[in-house]
Design a protein around this ligand. Structure first.
Ligand code: NDP
Length: 457
């Protein structure tokens, strides 16, 4: 008989927490899970999944235009924002139900409650005003949007959390930020017919990506009519008449909008959890510091997912949760391999990328060869669209190994998921060359790039 109520108690039922809890329960552990909002976490409830529905919705905006070149006429089209939001919410409810069912079927107890740590083995459940004890505690509370509260009027803006529940489609949107969320939502609102202005503090949006990607996405945003203002931040936001707000920028410009959207990053959700009081070390961003087995500085407390601020992506949190459960409850010590994780930005056109950016490869490898192509895809020949596709391979010249692959263009995320298998397995450029092209596709360009790229002198 255990001295504790649970073998594992998980705080946070998002992707990482649910995977860890389900697996641990399947391995025979007695598991409790507390969630203060909705089971499913950011990805399912107010992140990747609802975002992708909004992306699909907004792509129709361009598709109606493109269809004309193919003989279709789409007159008097209209769009109903609330219908989209209701349909999206129905699907999120369905997924939320599946997540709850899966946890219960695995044998876990679910508590709809905020939970905080009392000590290294005790969790306080606020909704029930009682404590439970556990041999092992897993922190899987994820992250939350960060808003720059030093900006006067910052509260007049919304984050991605609220954007999924707007009561009406805005007319003019101003987005702060140049990362994943800023670019994705700028494209969503543009595709739905809004006037969009993006304000980014640096020079190159998506600056952690290969520079060719940021340049290509930047020019595609502009081509689609998104106004991009770089090297500027919000200095002040003022309420004007009705829904209107005026945003004062650091470059002296003023822009008006009925929706101000903060997308300047997310922070690990650790505030008020009682972590530091229980001896758990946090880093300067407030993330739980963990070792390669996701163990915190307290031996009974582990953490997975965005709360650890390692690679903040759903599939990574799932891997971390699974590796934790394998290690702790299946006697099979497991670590996550963080190399060659494919990534996508669901901009329009989207980005798919895996492995080293050119600048990263040049820092680490002696000789790097670059292969790249930039073309108008076949579909656009009849639509008149000037949208282009970028494909780029980064190759270690000494071994011929493909270190990175970067694509901007329709279906790039779908392509990169498959290419990532080969790149992770150590594919060489010669293997690309020996693979027969599949014609006519855009992806065939990946196996027909023969000439090394030489930068213009
Ligand atoms: P990102 O880190 O991608 O982008 C944050 C942006 O805000 C950057 O452009 C950053 O500028 C800018 N910024 C940061 N601080 C300030 C400031 N004080 N003033 C003005 N601008 C600032 O974060 P997101 O919030 O977009 O996304 C969070 C994470 O969620 C991502 O890192 C990703 O891991 C995940 N995500 C993944 C998605 C996907 O897989 N498709 C989709 C959405 C989110 P700078 O670049 O100069 O630092």
């Amino acid at each position: 008989m255990s001295d504790f109520d649970y073998d594992l108690f998980t705080i946070g039922a998002g992707s990482g927490g649910v995977r860890a809890s389900r697996l641990a329960a399947q391995y025979g552990a007695k598991v409790g899970v507390a969630e203060e909002y909705r089971v499913g976490g950011t990805c399912v409830i107010r992140g990747c999944v609802p975002k992708k529905f909004l992306v699909y919705a907004s792509e129709f905006g361009h598709a109606f235009d493109d269809a004309k070149g193919y003989g279709w006429s789409a007159e008097n089209i209209s769009f109903d924002w609330m219908k989209l939001i209701e349909n999206k919410d129905d699907e999120i409810d369905r997924l939320n139900g599946i997540y709850i069912r899966n946890l219960k079927n695995a044998g876990a107890d679910i508590f709809q409650s905020r939970a905080t740590l009392k000590d290294k083995h005790t969790v306080h459940l606020h909704a029930e005003n009682r404590d439970v004890t556990a041999k092992t505690i897993l922190i899987a509370t994820g992250g939350a949007p960060w808003i720059d509260e030093s900006v006067p009027g910052h509260e007049l803006g919304v984050s991605s959390n609220e954007a999924f529940h707007l009561k009406k489609l805005p007319k003019h949107v101003v987005v702060a930020g140049g990362g994943y969320i800023a670019i994705e939502f700028a494209c969503i609102f543009k595709g739905l017919g809004c006037d969009v202005c993006l304000v980014y503090r640096g020079e190159d949006i998506l600056r952690y990506f290969d520079r060719d990607i940021s340049v290509q996405v930047h020019s595609e945003l502009k081509r689609r009519g998104i106004r991009v203002i770089t090297q500027s931040v919000f200095e002040k936001i003022e309420q004007c008449e009705g829904d209107q707000k005026r945003i004062y920028l650091s470059n002296g410009a003023e822009v008006d909008a009925d929706l101000v959207f903060w997308a300047v990053g997310r922070k690990p959700a650790t505030a008020g959890l009682g972590l530091e009081e229980s001896g758990v070390e946090l880093n300067k961003n407030g993330a739980v510091v963990v070792d390669e087995y996701s163990r915190s500085s307290v031996d009974s407390i582990f953490a997975v997912g965005d709360v650890t601020d390692r690679v903040n992506l759903t599939p990574v949190a799932i891997r971390e949760g699974a590796a934790f459960a394998e290690s702790e409850f299946n006697n099979n010590p497991s670590k996550v391999d963080y190399r060659f994780i494919p990534k996508a930005v669901f901009s329009q056109p989207p980005v798919g990328t895996v492995g080293y950016a050119e600048h990263e490869a040049r820092n680490e490898y002696k000789n790097v060869d670059i292969y790249k192509t930039n073309f108008r895809p076949m579909k656009n020949m009849l639509t008149g669209s000037e949208e282009r596709v970028l494909m780029k391979l980064v190759v270690d010249a000494q071994t011929d190994r493909v270190l990175g692959c970067h694509i901007v263009g329709p279906d790039a995320p779908e392509m990169i998921q498959c290419i990532a298998i080969a790149v992770k397995a150590g594919v060489n450029k010669a293997d690309f060359d020996q693979t027969v092209a599949l014609h006519p596709t855009a992806a065939e360009e990946l196996v027909t790039m023969r000439e090394k790229y030489k930068a213009p002198i």
